[in-house]
Write a new protein. Sequence first.
Length: 403
Amino acid sequence: MLYLAFRNLSRQWVRSGMTLAAIAFGVTGLMLTGGFIRDVYHQLAEALIHSQTGHFQIARDGYFRLGAQSPEKYLIMNPEIMVQQARLVPHVVEVMSRLDFSALLNNGETDLSVLVEGIEPAREARLGSYVRLVAGRLLQTGDNQGVLLGKGAAERLKLKPGDSVTLMANTPEGALNTIELTVTGIFVSFAKDYDDRAVRITLPAAQELLTVVGATRLVALLEQRTHTEAAILDTSQRLAEHKIEINSWLELNDFYSKTVALYDRQFGVLQLVILLMVMLSVSNAVNMSIFERMGEFGTMRALGNHSRYIARLVILENTLLGATGAVAGVLLGVLLAALISWIGIDMPPPPNMSQGYTAAIRLTPEILTRAFGIGVVATLLACLWPAIRVSRKPIIDALRQNV
């Protein structure tokens, strides 16, 4: 039967080639679309991790729920002890302390409410690969009189590197404290809202302004995102004696989860559309082939072949056709993905983002398997009804096609 199926397909090579092309292009389209969306997920995740949140963050219990209003109530005293323990976790590249608080930034004429991060510049440099300087330079260790501004904040106050500003904040005791700073640089991250209010100073300068010691968060950088869950579990065990909570980058970026859910739903609809297109194309080709071969099938049944044999033959022919087309589509998709990724796709800034990026086609085994499966299943489904119909056609009616 397998030999007969191959012979029948090769005998009708024009129609088989058109059907193969329809299946191959459908599979290729699924691969390229899926790979593009997968790259969007990857780019967005890496941008969020390497511009703001790191792979996971450690804070006092309750900070992530209530700390935004009163961060001074959730200070981690002697954070270096926890930092040293967290660095022992496998796959951890760096752990850094941050001190967060709200303040007013004054340029001598206007005040702007800002979100201040006291950072460790040398450690943050390893994390912030998606932070791009617009002007000036990054903060350096010991730069306690310098300040790094988000692009939006700098534009609102009309500031540039070298300008002097005053940063005003309330201490935990309720006193108003100020510090004079010089703008060292202006940066953009991936999120425009963040850049509109972000101000970074060194950790010692932030502690001096608030008259506190310690930090509000510890930010961990890993080798890869895939190690996040294991690293969080290990860190929790190592820091079990401390009253802490650990949030992953997914928990800290609700926007990412919603974006993935939206794109997955859209891609699901696209997969359904392509499945229906392949089914209709194959179904049309199968129906035409069966109509032309009706006399042949009638002769086979007259010679003693059972109707189920005819149905199995038709299904086998189209399964082979679907598998061949799907393989061709996968090979074509891999080649096109490599070419497109090499050239790059210039993307404009997404909504609420401050900079564009160069997209690629990021193929995974899951995408290849799914595209191949859809190509085969669509072909198989398209031939089921024609196979059943031809097997049930009376022999005498089928033989009339030979007249």
